[in-house]
Design a protein around this ligand. Structure first.
Ligand code: NAD
Length: 502
């Protein structure tokens, strides 16, 4: 099999290349206002609590491999204490008026915005994503989720008329590392708005913003036990989901772990929502505004280093414009600035972990072996930290692993189609069904396609845009249940039926 690797991309703008291997240490003045403790405990019942095991996990800055802090490894007994704290807090929290719960959520949202800078820096350090994104996307959207759900807390009867919405009880929530603060907000805000109490388990490699969110809860005066955070790894997550005190489990993460969780809760009468992986089709038709589509495709795959479940990782371009579009895309990729995550001019930061980098490398090697052509933007990357250049494969066929498996990195696979029917067939030919994008000038075509595409979210002439009012979730192996909007709140209430009193 012929191998095509086009590493020194001739179209990459030379003035934007890094002059050599750069060293990166965050300047002290940028991190001054974001003090990080040497060690964090568990947040249980409003108290910072040491883990019974006495064990801690290190969390590092993926851009430098510098240790940032240590977080507690919660075991079964710690998880049990957290669930019990949430159970204890539940009767009083559900008994509060919706207006009262809304006040706490508004307060949390406002404090988050007041401390936005600190949260953005902390998220960038712990995750590796560019400050431009944490500042403009992660933190404001997290606050928006608290604002949005505060707005519904006293209007649930209007949202579900005549159905007497009731909270479920204690919710166990497990989240991944790619949007740590935002995923915490997606999970906690609707649960609390509806009168539930929660135990949240952040990812082991990016726990710091969820722990800092507990400081915000304290500052907002949230009653103890309403929101608890237990840090740890997969063992902690597994201990949480099997706890008999839970009324519901909400999980965001890999399809593999999602399936395990589904087995763990089966037959227990526990509600479950799963937000899992994706391999989104991003369609570009010949009549689209191609320059805008290039921007959308870049945002679709290189935003957050491609660590995005709904990333537009399978680009389907109409055959008639394939060469022109790929050429434009390669030129645009040459202008993506890969660099220090805390630099406000950086477009793409560090890969989140050594393990994720290994996975990306393995799949890229598989793509080359299978005969697809690899184009990589020329950039010299530092020896320390985890880095991968913006990459694109052309000549990809549906049978290639890079067209089927979630890479979860800055790697785009380009395929072609001739007709809308073929585009739909190829788009749906995946085990996933989380999101899709369509670039075309024809409104009727968008409606025709959207009705046929098996994807929870279909963007038209844009990509990777999120809003708290808009439901997000998948089909097939991308999971079930929705987050955001009315549908997201539905997953946190029991509808008793009958008329609401009054
Ligand atoms: P992961 O499944 O490995 O881990 C997610 C979380 O689950 C972590 O907190 C982890 O500690 C915990 N966990 C691991 N094993 C567990 C077990 N047996 N029981 C309970 N919890 C367990 O996923 P990841 O690598 O952190 O995240 C990447 C994945 O998440 C990707 O596949 C991505 O597509 C998906 N994701 C989906 C969405 C969505 O909304 N659909 C959003 C973000 C990420």
């Amino acid at each position: 099999m012929a191998k095509h690797v086009d590493k020194a991309d001739p179209v990459a703008a030379p003035e934007l290349r890094f002059g050599g291997v750069w060293q990166y240490e965050p300047a002290p003045e940028t991190t001054d206002h974001c003090a990080i403790a040497a060690r964090y405990q568990l947040y249980i019942g409003g108290q910072w609590t040491k883990p019974r095991s006495g064990e801690y996990l290190a969390t590092i800055d993926p851009a430098t491999e510098r240790p940032l802090s240590e977080v507690a490894l919660a075991g079964d007994r710690d998880v049990d204490a957290a669930v019990k704290a949430a159970q204890k807090a539940f009767p009083a929290w559900r008994a509060r008026s919706g207006e009262d719960r809304a006040r706490y959520l508004f307060r949390i949202a406002r404090i988050l915005l007041e401390r936005a800078r600190e949260f953005a820096v902390l998220e960038t350090l712990d995750n590796g994503k560019p400050i431009k994104e944490t500042r403009d996307v992660d933190v404001p959207l997290a606050a928006q989720h608290f604002f949005y759900h505060a707005g519904w807390a006293d209007k649930l009867d209007l949202l579900f008329p005549g159905q007497r919405p009731q909270p479920l009880g204690v919710i166990g929530q497990v989240i991944p590392w790619n949007f740590p603060l935002l995923m915490a907000a997606w999970k906690i805000a609707p649960a609390l708005a509806a009168g539930n109490t929660v135990v949240l388990k952040p990812a082991e490699t990016s726990p710091l913003t969820a722990l800092r969110l507990c400081e915000v809860f304290e500052q907002a005066g949230l009653p103890p036990g309403v929101a608890n955070v237990v840090t740890g790894d997969g063992r902690t997550g597994a201990a949480l989901v099997r706890h008999p005190g839970l009324a519901k489990v909400a999980f965001t993460g890999s399809t593999e772990v999602g399936k395990e969780i589904q087995r763990a809760v089966a037959g227990r009468g526990v509600e479950l929502t799963l937000e899992l992986g994706g391999k989104a089709a991003h369609l570009v038709f010949e009549d689209a505004a191609l320059d805008q589509a290039v921007e959308g495709v870049v945002r679709g795959i290189f935003f957050n280093q491609g660590h995005v479940c709904c990333a537009g990782s399978r680009l389907l371009v109409q055959e008639s414009v394939h060469d022109l579009f790929v050429d434009k895309l390669r030129r645009r990729m040459g202008r993506i600035r890969v660099g220090p995550p805390l630099d406000k001019n950086t477009d793409m930061g560090a890969i989140h972990s050594q393990a994720q980098l290994a996975r990306i490398r393995e799949l890229v090697a598989a793509g080359v072996d299978e005969g697809a052509r690899l184009h990589q933007t020329a950039c010299d990357l530092p020896a320390k930290g985890f880095w991968f250049p913006p990459s694109m494969f052309t000549g990809v066929s549906m049978s290639h692993r890079i067209a089927r498996e979630e890479i979860f990195g800055p790697v785009l696979s380009v395929l072609t189609f001739r007709t809308p029917e073929e585009a739909v067939e190829k788009a749906n030919n995946t085990s996933y069904g989380l999101s899709a994008g369509i670039w075309t000038d024809k409104g009727a075509r968008v409606l025709w396609l959207a009705a046929r595409m098996q994807a929870g979210v279909v963007w038209n002439n844009t990509f990777n845009r999120f809003d708290a009012a808009s439901p997000f979730g998948g089909y097939k192996e991308s999971g079930f249940g929705r987050e955001g909007g009315r549908q997201g709140l539905r997953a946190y209430v029991r509808l008793a039926g009958g008329l609401s009193p009054g």
